[in-house]
Design a protein around this ligand. Sequence first.
Ligand SMILES: CCCCCCCC/C=C\CC(=O)SCCNC(=O)CCNC(=O)[C@H](O)C(C)(C)COP(=O)(O)OP(=O)(O)OC[C@H]1O[C@@H](n2cnc3c(N)ncnc32)[C@H](O)[C@@H]1OP(=O)(O)O
Length: 260
Amino acid sequence: MSHRVLVEAGPAAGVAVLKFRNPPVNALSLEMLMELVISLEKLENDKAVRGIVITAENPGIFLAGLDLTEMCGRNPAHYAKYWEAVQELWLRLYQSSKVLVAAINGACPAGGCLASLTCDYRVMADNPKYTIGLNETQLGIIAPFWFKDTLVNTVGHRAAEQALQLGTLFPPAKALQVGIVDQVVPEEQLQSAALSVMAQWLAIPDHARQLTKTMMRKPTVDQLVKQREADIQSFVGLISQDSIQRALQTYLQKLRQKKG
Ligand SMILES: CCCCCCCC/C=C\CC(=O)SCCNC(=O)CCNC(=O)[C@H](O)C(C)(C)COP(=O)(O)OP(=O)(O)OC[C@H]1O[C@@H](n2cnc3c(N)ncnc32)[C@H](O)[C@@H]1OP(=O)(O)O
């Protein structure tokens, strides 16, 4: 039984809707990562499901990215377990044989942006409060190569380099211009727009679309698969550094003080 991930049958045949529900901000905790991986595995094995709309149960925050409390003040074994789960989620999403459409109904920073970038198509609600991007440098950390490659594959090298160096969080119109999202629609039309684009993608025969997707994504997937363990060790080494821990603690404190 999953608490942090809700899977519903969509209104259209062959479509499931996967909703994030991990209050307060849908941060990707270890538990949430594990529940997502299990839910995605079940959907992947369900032949009746051809497409998945991915969204947040409550509008406002799509995904707040990785859970910073999983990366602060823990031990190396925990960091290794956490990073392996982050890798696993990315691999499941990026290699999914289903059509994935992200219906972005809230803030979508860092790991949240990465999750949406693994989808085949992104529709974002036109709300200036919502932003999307890989903002890691703003936290004093570096997006790993497979985060970077996923962005490059979406927007191209130059736009990715600029966005990554500056850690830019784009509001909807700018995100559309850069190509991080494919469509921006009025908030109340988000789900219908996602279902409409899903119908277009499902009009293509599955086997042809799936093989094409695999062909396009395999080089990026292979890069991580062949060095998964080294990538984990690299993450553990970097995240354990005092300077990185201080930077993350400072960022978390700023988030907490925002309210006070
Ligand atoms: C060299 C080092 C190499 C290391 C490699 C690492 C590579 C990858 C690393 C990271 C990728 C990531 O995903 S890092 C996470 C990035 N996420 C963010 O920057 C988002 C931060 N959050 C926000 O901007 C906002 O919270 C929000 C826009 C998502 C929502 O704003 P809102 O005002 O609605 O809510 P609050 O800000 O008041 O937050 C409520 C509550 O939640 C806590 N919170 C928020 N985000 C996170 C998070 N990502 N992880 C854990 N906790 C989070 C926030 O602190 C508040 O907590 P309290 O209620 O206790 O105050």
